[in-house]
Design a protein around this ligand. Structure first.
Ligand code: PLP
Length: 396
């Protein structure tokens, strides 16, 4: 067994092969004792005193520092809170102000819907000549010009797992005089990152996917230290103020990354996340990546040999792929339902993509082999072709 594998630390139903950690990571075993303690001892035992005595108020920074370690940036440059959609808005609103002469926000036309909608909403609210330009991935670089203010990109595509070369793209965007915001939703905790060395401007991400923070876990935002001073928060909540407890009627931003805080943090969820991040403290993300590539390559090769009806939607080259493998099939939804019914859990993304998150912390080579066997059985015997699997549920 590889040195990364530690399934015994997770609470995953017995017999289940869980290939959806890219959508919702599993809980650590015993994590419920954290929420029980916070509720009974801190909240129940201390009530309002908990804010000071249990360090609830510092938690967004404490947690941010643990995330900083995972994405390769300095402590004090990441803060946790809110949802990724909100953090994306904050990053974009702050970024475009850094260069008021340019009016184009550039993004990938296949970016995650929230990223696109948030950018559109922001542009709408500006009431000026700002414009959101959505282009295909392979046209991004050629679309850079002297009008491009900020580029908003998701490092690993949620549908196909296609991964941008973060360093090269960041450099090209900087050479163009534009600002880059990386959405790390599908990279944080899945691939090694060194945003400081790459000189990234802003980054945002969520923590319920590969970071296992639980459904609704707080998101995070990174601002490069020299930009913290230069930019100004657009969502001005009281906790982004330099002295929230002065209750001043004029906003003055915090001089630290705390300017990106908004309001009262979700203490119980934050405590669960803080504990979940411990697994990454000493984890070698390069080793994790190596294992992820081995498992993904094995999966792709086996599927191509035995399930010829499935079309690979992920890049074949491992260096261009994040930690998920996607295939398309006209009956993708039903195929995934049939798999889930057999205790192998991945998910489906419209219109026809089945996704498999490859998370070596709790997925082994045997799991991959078993998955392909079952997939082959489902396809060759049309086991998916039954009304129970064809009826689409609300969450896919
Ligand atoms: C998962 C994901 C989101 C989700 O945003 P929430 O506000 O956390 O619901 C946004 N963007 C990308 C790229 C994602 O993968």
């Amino acid at each position: 067994m590889n040195s990364i594998y530690r399934k015994s630390l997770f609470n995953i139903p017995s017999g289940m092969i869980y290939l959806d950690g890219n959508s919702l990571g599993p809980p650590l075993k015993g994590i419920e004792s954290i929420s029980e303690d916070v509720i009974a001892k801190e909240w129940g035992g201390k009530l309002i005193k908990g804010w000071n005595e249990s360090n609830w108020m510092e938690q967004p920074i404490t947690v941010g520092n643990k995330i900083a370690n995972v994405i390769g940036v300095d402590k004090g440059s990441v803060v946790a809170g809110d949802t990724l959609s909100i953090k994306t808005y904050q990053a974009l609103a702050a970024a475009i102000k850094l260069n008021s002469k340019r009016h184009i926000i550039l993004t990938d036309i296949d970016n995650f819907p929230s990223d696109i909608y948030i950018a559109e909403g922001l542009v709408d609210s500006l009431n000026s000549n700002f414009e959101l330009k959505k282009v295909k991935r392979n046209e991004l670089i050629s679309s850079l010009n002297e009008q491009v203010n900020t580029v908003l990109l998701t490092h690993v595509d949620y549908r196909t797992g296609s991964m941008f070369d973060l360093d090269t793209i960041t450099n090209k965007i900087h050479q163009n005089g534009s600002t880059i915001i990386w959405d790390l939703a599908h990279s944080a905790g899945a691939v090694p990152l060194n945003l400081k060395a790459n000189n990234c401007d802003f980054a945002v991400g969520c923590t319920y996917k590969y970071l296992n923070g639980g459904p609704g876990a707080p998101a995070f935002i990174y601002v490069r230290p020299d930009l913290i001073e230069k930019c100004y928060p657009i969502i001005r909540g009281w906790l982004g103020h330099k002295a929230p407890f002065d209750f001043n009627n004029t906003f003055e931003k915090s001089p630290s990354i705390e300017m990106m805080r908004v309001g009262t943090p979700p203490v119980i969820q934050m405590s669960i996340l803080e504990k979940s991040l411990d697994i990454f403290r000493d984890l070698d993300l390069h080793k994790l990546r190596e294992e992820s590539i081995k498992l993904s390559d094995l999966f792709i090769n086996m599927v191509e040999q035995t399930c010829s009806d499935l079309h690979l939607e992920s890049p074949i080259k491992s260096s261009e792929r994040g930690s998920q493998v996607s295939f398309s099939h006209p009956s993708g939804y039903a195929i995934m339902q049939a798999l889930i019914d057999r205790n192998i859990v991945g998910d489906f993304r419209a219109p026809n993509i089945i996704r498999f998150g490859i998370t070596p912390l709790y997925i082994s080579q045997e799991d991959i082999i078993r998955t392909v066997e079952v997939l082959k059985d489902i396809l060759s015997n049309r086991l998916w072709d039954t009304p129970a699997y064809l009826n689409r549920k609300k969450v896919t």
